[in-house]
Design a protein around this ligand. Structure first.
Ligand code: GRF
Length: 192
C-alpha cells in the first residue's frame, strides 16, 4: 500500500508512520510527503530519504487552484491512501472527491466532540475532563467523516494546551499506525 502523507507542522505523527514504514514487514510504504508550507516535519522525510513536495498555499489565488496543484503532486505517486497528519488546511471539494474514500485524517479530539482546527484548545476551554484522538475518513465536511477508530485521553487539572496535546499525540500515533495497517490488510474504507 503506497501512502502519501500531507503535513503542515512538526510531523510527529508522520515520523511514527515513517518508522513503521521502514520496517520491511510493514505492509505499507510512505512514498512521498507533501506540505502546504515550509513545514518543519519535512525534515523527517529527509531523514528517511523519502521524497517531499511543497505546494505553498500562499502562492495560489484560490483554495481551488491550490487544491488542483496539490492533487497533481499527489497523483504523481499513485498512492493507495492519502493521510492528512496535521495538514492545517481544508481540502477543496475537487480534491476530496478525487481521493475519497482513500483519504484519512487524524484529529486530536474524540469526534464528534471538538472538530476544527483547535480541538485541543476547545476541549480545555469547555472544561472537559476527558477528550481523545480520532482517525476518520475525510469527506467534504470539517472533521465530520466516518470515524474509523478513536480512543479517550484524560484531561488533567492544570493541563496547558501543549501538555494535553502531547498526551494526545502518542495515542494518535498508535491509532494512525494501526489504522494504516488495517487498511493495508483489507479494511474497506468505502464500507464505513
Ligand atoms: C496532530 O495532533 C493532528 O491531529 C493535528 O495537528 C497535530 C499535528 O501534529 N491536526 P504533528 O505535526 O503530527 O506533530
Amino acid at each position: 500500500l503506497n501512502i502519501v502523507v500531507l503535513i503542515s507542522g512538526t510531523g510527529s505523527n508522520l515520523r511514527a508512520l515513517l518508522e513503521a514504514s521502514a520496517d520491511a514487514e510493514f505492509p505499507a510504504r510512505v512514498v512521498a510527503v507533501g506540505a502546504d508550507r515550509e513545514a518543519d516535519g519535512l525534515a523527517h522525510a529527509e531523514a528517511f530519504g523519502i521524497p517531499s513536495f511543497i505546494v505553498p498555499y500562499s502562492s495560489f489565488a484560490s483554495r481551488e487552484e491550490w487544491g488542483e496543484a496539490l492533487l497533481e503532486q499527489i497523483q504523481v505517486w499513485s498512492p493507495g491512501l492519502v493521510v492528512l497528519s496535521g495538514l492545517m488546511r481544508l481540502l477543496p471539494r475537487s480534491v476530496v472527491d478525487a481521493l475519497a474514500p482513500h483519504l484519512i485524517n487524524t484529529h486530536p479530539a474524540y469526534l464528534p466532540e471538538f472538530p476544527g482546527a483547535h480541538g485541543v484548545r476547545d476541549a480545555l476551554a469547555a472544561g472537559a475532563t476527558q477528550t481523545g484522538a480520532s482517525i476518520i475518513v475525510v469527506d467534504n465536511g470539517v472533521d465530520q467523516g466516518p470515524i474509523i477508530v478513536q480512543e479517550r485521553v484524560p484531561v488533567l487539572p492544570g493541563d496547558t494546551e501543549h501538555e494535553l496535546h502531547e498526551r494526545i499525540k502518542p495515542v494518535e500515533r498508535r491509532l494512525l499506525v494501526q489504522t494504516v495497517l488495517d487498511i493495508a490488510n483489507g479494511l474497506d474504507l468505502a464500507s464505513l
